[in-house]
Design a binder for this molecule. Structure first.
Ligand SMILES: [Mn+2]
Length: 332
């Protein structure tokens, strides 16, 4: 990784548009929050951008009022020649935890910026993807547990001050993406970093409380429905469950609350992989895939349906409706 190039852009630019991915998770919001706070501490102007509203479960990590769902309109106009010289005094885009270009939620705006030679920095831990060609600087390591871990390494390299709120935001990303330190990406490095973040005042108890132990009744009702429908397909050794739009309406659960559900379903010992299908808005069906099996690759599975993710956890989105014909579930 080219830290020098990254450092010079971070030092020279005065304004940064930070973008995390759509349907943000704990790592996306934690990274957005940590990067924003550290840049502000260096006197920079920062726009916190996320296409979707910050889910309540992660709102303790960030000042939600400061997160904007639209592309900032008051960015300074920049001469492309000035931008060519590393955007001196200008602005830059920092993409956090995005996985791929579409996941940013702002492909048009980012393409436009790129065509005006605005520097784009991609900080991520997803496997190599289409953002690599777009970004000027790629800080990507798919062996890192999380984008939180990537940021931790960068901040440590630059010897930037990690406050307790930055430490909490970074640790929340690590905590989320390691499945509360249960997934295989919980390496010695991750635990050493966790120790260091705790020394910097990271509030692990708060993270656990907010992200694991603060469950709503509606969530339990939704889990009940999903658990009652859990089916193991013996032929393929796959377990799956279904959530319809109607289930979400009736239980008043939110889509974000589904994220933890697939992990719960995946704790069943009888199958090699778990699939949760749920009806999202606008006639879309989202699929969430999990495995604990080293021989399987969920990211490839999801990619065959235009989705993406990691080896052990991935997702996709298809057009359709889930119907029950009295006997079986069907996708129409
Ligand atoms: Mn992540």
């Amino acid at each position: 990784m080219n830290y020098n190039k990254l450092k010079s852009i971070l030092e020279e630019c005065q304004e940064f548009v930070l973008v995390c991915h759509v349907d943000p998770d704990g790592d996306a919001i934690g990274s957005l929050s940590a990067m924003a706070e550290i840049l502000e501490s260096l006197g920079k102007k920062v726009y916190r951008v996320c296409k979707n509203t910050v889910p309540t479960v992660f709102s303790f990590l960030i000042e939600t009022d400061l997160v904007q769902n639209d592309w900032p309109t008051d960015l300074p106009v920049i001469d492309s020649e000035v931008a060519q010289t590393r955007g001196a005094g200008g602005w830059a885009i920092i993409l956090l935890d995005n996985g791929d270009f579409r996941r940013t939620g702002f492909p048009d705006e980012i393409t436009k910026a790129r065509n005006s030679a605005i520097p784009i920095i991609n900080i991520d831990h997803h496997p190599k993807n289409d953002l690599w060609r777009i970004a000027k600087i790629n800080c990507v390591d798919d062996t890192a547990s999380s984008t939180g871990e990537m940021l931790y390494r960068i901040f440590a390299e630059f010897e930037w001050t990690i406050t307790n709120s930055i430490a909490t935001a970074l640790l929340a990303g690590v905590f989320y993406d390691t499945g509360s330190f249960q997934h295989q990406n919980t390496t010695p490095k991750v635990l050493e970093m966790t120790g260091d973040l705790l020394r910097h005042g990271a509030k692990l108890k708060l993270i656990t409380q907010k992200m694991v132990n603060d469950r709503s009744i509606s969530l339990f009702k939704l889990w009940g429905i999903a658990l009652s429908r859990l089916t193991v397909n013996d032929k393929y050794n796959i377990s799956y469950s279904i959530i319809t739009r109607n289930d979400l309406i009736q239980t008043e659960a939110t889509e974000v609350e589904i994220l933890g559900l697939v992990n719960l379903l995946n704790t069943n010992a009888e199958s090699r992989l778990t699939l949760l299908l749920y009806e999202s808005e606008n006639g879309k069906i989202k699929g969430s895939l999990r495995t604990e099996n080293n021989d399987l690759n969920m990211s490839k599975f999801a990619a065959s349906l235009n989705g993406g993710g990691h080896k052990k956890a991935a997702g996709f989105s298809i057009q359709g409706l889930i119907k029950h014909d009295g006997k079986n579930w069907k996708i129409e």
